[in-house]
Design a protein around this ligand. Structure first.
Ligand SMILES: Nc1nc2c(ncn2[C@@H]2O[C@H](COP(=O)(O)OP(=O)(O)OP(=O)(O)O)[C@@H](O)[C@H]2O)c(=O)[nH]1
Length: 377
């Protein structure tokens, strides 16, 4: 992937990107997150177990290294959320990675109650196995922006309501970090004897952005605001990743199926398309919306497949890769039917491409590479 690395150095990371590279780490976040971090540390002291939510597409990049020393001293479950957007063929390698690191990890979809129930089973198992004296146990949910903490807490709330219909705001006396301090904490009861409460999240963590590529990955997954990095730069990075991995070459088959009459499948796939396109939408979309999305995806895949196969350069060379990406922007503009003269054409292409990627329309993906595992003794 040297073409990608060089391109990152040359054009994608530097220039006018709004970041301060002080003391080795990059700060892409406003100061108020420091307050959230303090609140999280306070709450952490009270918690008996922490659910650390990460993005399944970024099992390492969506961590917060700052908090890791505090977390590693705690009972912890890593929940790799949005597993529906992550490549299942690679997911098992990540499961193995966490296993060898002796970390409890489970891939979940926060929108699916059955998936969240499995997470809660693991949490209860870990707590009940370890603690039998305490009458009340607290579980805290932490994670960097946009990993799905609210979606997870909502699902836990639904499950909690079905288990214990009358849920009152809980109070827990004298459990604060300082003796005699009474803490009043909102949470949902999920188990009895001992009582286990899952607490509301006190805020978001700042992700650890140690290098430009981590920042771009987080931006691609939506954990860094688009406006901070710029949609075009994020889309360029996405194209560079797809090209260097050769992903568009797998889309030949899909495009042939389309020509063979995949229109018939559009009907069968309605529900899948709807869920991924707009998770919170209640009314089913009409057929023309679905056909539009199907056509858009096919057009984009075809544009990327044909530009990559017709390209004579070497994607490992950063200049060649840059040329290919420029060609792909033009091909995508055509496929997306964005008028040739539109002044903001590249931005419009970028926004559409990012939406397709983020909603899983271009297929499941894991952006982090599994590190070589050295078993923890
Ligand atoms: N496909 C998919 N989308 C999810 C999942 N969980 C959450 N989302 C979506 O991800 C986006 C962010 O989810 P939130 O629950 O708001 O994330 P958050 O971590 O609370 O975000 P912040 O408030 O920024 O910290 C929303 O559009 C959710 O619908 C999941 O398991 N799969």
């Amino acid at each position: 992937m040297s073409g990608l690395k060089e391109l990152l150095k040359k054009g994608l990371g530097l220039g006018d990107m709004a970041f301060n590279a002080g003391e080795g780490a990059i700060n892409w976040f406003p100061g108020h997150m420091a307050a959230a971090r303090r609140a999280i540390r306070q709450r952490l002291k009270l918690s008996d177990l922490v659910i650390e939510v990460r993005d399944a597409r970024l099992p390492l990049s969506s961590t917060n290294t700052d908090l890791q020393p505090h977390l590693s001293a705690k009972r912890r479950v890593v929940a790799l959320n949005k597993k529906d957007l992550a490549n299942p063929n690679i997911m098992h390698k990540w499961a193995h990675y966490f296993e060898t690191r002796k970390q409890d990890c489970i891939a979940i979809n926060a929108h699916s109650q059955s998936s969240v129930r499995k997470l809660l089973e693991l949490v209860e198992f870990k707590l009940k196995e370890a603690i039998c004296r305490e009458p009340t146990l607290l579980v805290m949910v932490v994670g960097v922006p946009n990993v799905g903490k609210s979606a997870l807490i909502n699902s836990i709330h639904q499950i909690a309501k079905s288990r214990f219909p009358v849920q009152k705001k809980m109070k827990r006396a004298a459990v604060g970090p300082l003796p005699g301090v009474t803490q009043d904490i909102a949470g949902f009861k999920i188990a009895h004897k001992p009582s286990i409460y899952v607490l509301d999240s006190p805020g978001v963590l700042v992700p650890s952005i140690s290098d430009i590529e981590t920042g771009l990955k987080l931006a691609l997954a939506g954990s860094v605001k688009d406006s901070v990095v710029g949609e075009e730069r994020i889309a360029q990075y996405l194209l560079a990743v797809l090209d260097t991995r050769g992903t568009p070459l797998h889309w030949k088959h899909l495009n042939n199926r389309r020509l063979d009459g995949i229109e018939y499948e559009a009907e069968a796939n309605h529900e899948y398309s709807l869920k991924n396109l707009k998770p919170k939408r209640r009314n089913p979309p009409n057929r023309s919306d679905l056909v539009y999305v199907e056509d858009l995806v096919m057009g984009v895949q075809h544009a990327l497949y044909s530009t990559l196969t017709e390209f004579n350069g070497n994607v490992e060379d950063e200049n060649d890769l840059e040329c290919l990406i420029d060609l792909q922007f033009s091909a995508l503009q055509k496929a997306m039917k964005i008028p040739h003269k539109a002044s903001e054409a590249r931005l419009m292409v970028s926004k559409k491409l990012l939406t397709l990627f983020r909603t899983g329309k271009l297929g499941p993906f894991i952006l982090d590479d599994v590190p070589d595992v050295k078993p923890v003794s």
